[in-house]
Design a protein around this ligand. Structure first.
Ligand code: FAD
Length: 479
């Protein structure tokens, strides 16, 4: 925090120091605008850095390490049972978080962004009042709302700090390794955290109200992950809802209805991961001209300008995909729009990654979306069992899919399930964003042997046959 002379007037006020907020503040400062960032947390970084992307990925790296050592026996190497020092794990994870958060604070200072601690609420279209701050309020010319989102509670279930029923923040705190863990929700947070606890030794039961995991992702990509998790978790109940959760002395008593109907079963801990709600309800937006969508997200245009011309909104609070990279991209657009630059948020592809084992990643159009829209596409597949690199990594269950326009060959979407899908999807996003043709991917020389070849080989089937895969007859590729 910048001590001493604190500003009471600023050109650009960014509310929220998460990835969206700090990216917006940095871009605004880089463009020469006098910028102030107000954050309610004592540390910068928001949900992503403090209680989301970064701590979860730190724990998932450990889960990956544990699973790989267990799987190494297939490759002729045997490790002994690992000993988990929970305090050591927590300290390492926190060290990563603290280092990155301090880095964001240093970047604020070096860019001349004023960081003010406090909780902001609007008092009209040109001022916020602050609570828990050295300042009573700040006047602004432009404001960017970047207040993010919070876990959505399960109706009728109150979460107690330190209680056995946890949200993602509680699960990331890793208070212990529960013998029996119930995960409510088969979205990416439930799957990632369930994988972490399963790798650490918990017996995990997952309850999913949909008929499959990750309902918004491509079913074909999710299938290998579901198979793997069905082996790792004690049980996955599909089409099932939790109808009661009650914390008692011996644990949390839970009852499910639906396919996996169980009236009373006891767990040591429960993770509720049923989605997130946006933080727009406590900003006193009524004092401004900002309007919200029916789901509570702030309504914005392509520049991320709200219905109040002096106020912008970005990141989770502006709705759409609740992802950090989307928040950062929007933050830059809003700052540029305020600086008078011709900027718009109009991505063709926002990649999404689920950091499980195997990882699932996709961008652009999915097969389900194409089908729902009645849009013809060619689906070009490369199963990893024919990839030399996948086999050397013991990762043959992967699959790479490229969706292309059947006439022009333009790449419309890419999906990957398998090791390192998180990195592979970036090339897919570039292809979709640049309007590349399948033949562009196919003719680009990819290094051998790498998993990246699965993209170029999948794309090769647009005009012929991939070098290492003959199974697709021309008709098979049409969907
Ligand atoms: P946030 O990061 O939510 O930051 C908002 C900030 O605003 C907070 O620091 C909050 O304290 C502050 N704030 C709120 N109200 C006020 C106020 N009135 N005054 C002052 N400050 C205020 N996304 C990915 O892309 N990749 C991942 O791997 C990933 N993993 C995740 C794992 C978990 C467990 C969770 C929960 C989320 C994950 N996400 C991931 C989602 C990601 O964290 C969010 O999309 C991202 O943090 C949104 O950024 P944001 O800047 O919009 O808001």
């Amino acid at each position: 925090m910048v001590m001493g002379e604190l500003p009471v007037h600023t050109e650009v006020l960014v509310i929220g120091g998460g990835p969206g907020g700090y990216a917006a503040a940095f871009r605004a400062a880089d463009l020469g605008l006098d910028t102030t960032l107000v954050e309610a947390d004592p540390q910068l970084g928001g949900v992503c850095l403090l209680r989301g992307c970064i701590p979860s990925k730190a724990l998932l790296s450990l889960a990956d390490l544990l699973q790989r050592t267990r799987g190494a026996e297939r490759m002729g190497i045997r490790f002994g049972e690992p000993e988990v020092d929970l305090e050591g794990v927590r300290a390492w994870k926190q060290g990563v978080v603290d280092r990155l958060s301090a880095g964001v604070a240093r970047l604020c200072e070096r860019r001349g962004v004023q960081w003010v601690k406090g909780y902001a609420r609007f008092d009209g279209s040109g001022k916020v009042r602050l609570q828990h701050s050295d300042l009573a309020g700040i006047n602004f010319k432009h404001a960017i709302i970047a207040t993010g989102s919070r876990p959505k509670p399960l109706p009728g279930v109150a979460l107690r700090r330190g209680g056995r029923i946890m949200d993602s923040t509680g699960a990331l705190a890793l208070a212990d390794i529960p013998t029996r863990l119930l995960v409510v929700g088969g979205g990416y947070v439930g799957l990632e955290m369930g994988s972490v606890y399963a790798a650490l030794g918990s017996r995990v039961t997952l309850v999913q109200r949909h008929e499959r995991l990750l309902p918004s992702a491509d079913a074909e990509l999710v299938a290998p992950l579901a198979r793997r998790l069905e082996g790792q978790f004690e049980a996955i109940h599909y089409n099932t809802r939790v109808h009661h959760l009650e914390e008692r002395g011996d644990g949390v008593h839970a009852g499910f209805e639906g396919e996996g109907r169980i009236d009373d079963v006891v767990f040591d801990r429960v993770l509720v991961a049923t989605g997130r709600q946006v933080n727009s309800d406590d900003l006193n937006l009524e004092s401004t001209r900002v309007q919200c969508n029916p789901d509570g997200s702030v309504a914005v245009d392509a520049q991320r300008r709200t219905t109040d011309p002096s106020i912008y909104a970005i990141g989770d609070v502006a709705g759409g995909l609740l992802l950090a990279h989307k928040a950062m991209a929007e933050g830059k657009v809003a700052a540029e729009a305020i600086a008078g630059r011709p900027s718009a948020f109009e991505p063709q592809a926002i990649p999404a990654v689920v950091y499980t084992d195997p990882q699932v990643a996709w961008c652009g159009l999915t097969e389900q979306e194409a089908r729902a829209a009645g849009r013809p596409v060619r689906v070009l597949r490369l199963p990893w069992r024919v990839s030399g690199r996948a086999l050397t990594m013991d990762a043959a269950e992967g699959l790479t899919k490229v969706l292309a326009d059947p006439e022009s060959g333009r790449v419309l979407g890419v999906g990957v399930v398998g090791r390192d899908a998180e990195s592979l999807i970036a090339e897919g996003a570039l292809a979709v964003e640049m309007g590349a043709l399948a033949t562009d991917l196919a003719l680009t020389i990819h290094p051998h042997p790498t998993l990246s070849e699965t993209l170029s080989e999948a794309a090769e089937s647009f005009d012929g046959q991939p070098t290492h895969y003959l199974a697709q007859r021309p008709g098979d590729a049409h969907r």
